[in-house]
Design a protein around this ligand. Structure first.
Ligand code: HEC
Ligand code: HEC
Length: 179
């Protein structure tokens, strides 16, 4: 075969294969994304979503260490001014679930960063974690954004992170509501 024919053949093959290659790259990217989300989200627990997802997002359990979840459950009769009225058995089931799926039991990147930044502290709020505060400095979150009508507070993760419920806080997906 002369050179010209080889080039034409190679061109033909890449034109044919191009779309398949692009699809393969897209699939790989999607796999990585779903894998990341799966890694972060704890297995669903009905009691947790029912009792802890009514007033706000059922926060991904990997965002706080088990010592924090324990403090939250111990103080359930005065939970930021609300009485959660959990029964003894409910409290025990929630504690078992939260303890097993807490930040200090997770190998996800976000949990490791959270644990490192906490240096042994066990805050009652995710929004008090140094790493989380650090990720929301003025140069990333415009002043006053947390007070916008459709956001309300820093604790309303889902207002800006559409997949917050799955524990996916990828910065590519962040959308700050205009008002
Ligand atoms: C009756 C309503 C209600 C229920 C039910 C409820 N919470 Fe809350 N929770 C609140 C309020 C109010 C706040 C404070 C929100 C704020 O400051 O914006 C809060 C805040 C939190 C925060 C801190 C958010 C931050 O600032 O990082 C965590 C964590 C939390 N709740 C966990 C739980 C858990 C676990 C349960 C279930 C055992 C639960 N909540 C059930 C009302 C509720
Ligand atoms: C007002 C909108 C807003 C709210 C509410 C909000 N975030 Fe964010 N978040 C952002 C922005 C903007 C960034 C930075 C994106 C960037 O770096 O480009 C960010 C970044 C992050 C990151 C780092 C992501 C990465 O890939 O590095 C994490 C983790 C995160 N947020 C978690 C939370 C959690 C948990 C809550 C709720 C307790 C929350 N956010 C509430 C807007 C928000």
């Amino acid at each position: 075969m002369n050179n010209g024919a080889t080039t034409v053949l190679a061109l033909g093959i890449s034109l044919l294969m191009g779309p398949f290659l692009l699809q393969a790259i897209a699939d790989d990217h999607r796999d990585k994304k779903t894998h990341k989300a799966r890694e972060l989200a704890a297995p669903a627990n009905k009691l947790y979503t029912e009792r802890c997802g009514g007033c706000h997002l059922a926060y991904p359990t990997v965002l706080l260490p088990s010592a924090s979840w324990r403090r939250i459950l111990t103080g359930q009769s005065d939970h930021f001014g609300e009485d959660l009225s959990l029964g003894q058995l409910e409290r025990q089931e929630l504690l078992t679930y939260l303890d097993a799926n807490a930040a200090d039991k997770s190998s996800s990147k976000i949990s490791r960063k959270i644990m490192k930044s906490l240096r042994g502290q066990a805050p009652l709020r995710i929004t008090e974690i140094p790493y989380i505060i650090h990720k929301h400095k003025d140069d990333d979150v415009p002043k006053g954004a947390f007070q916008r009508k459709s956001v309300g507070s820093f604790a309303n993760c889902g207002a800006c992170h559409p997949r917050a419920a799955d524990g996916d806080f990828d910065d590519d997906d962040v959308k700050i509501p205009a008002q």
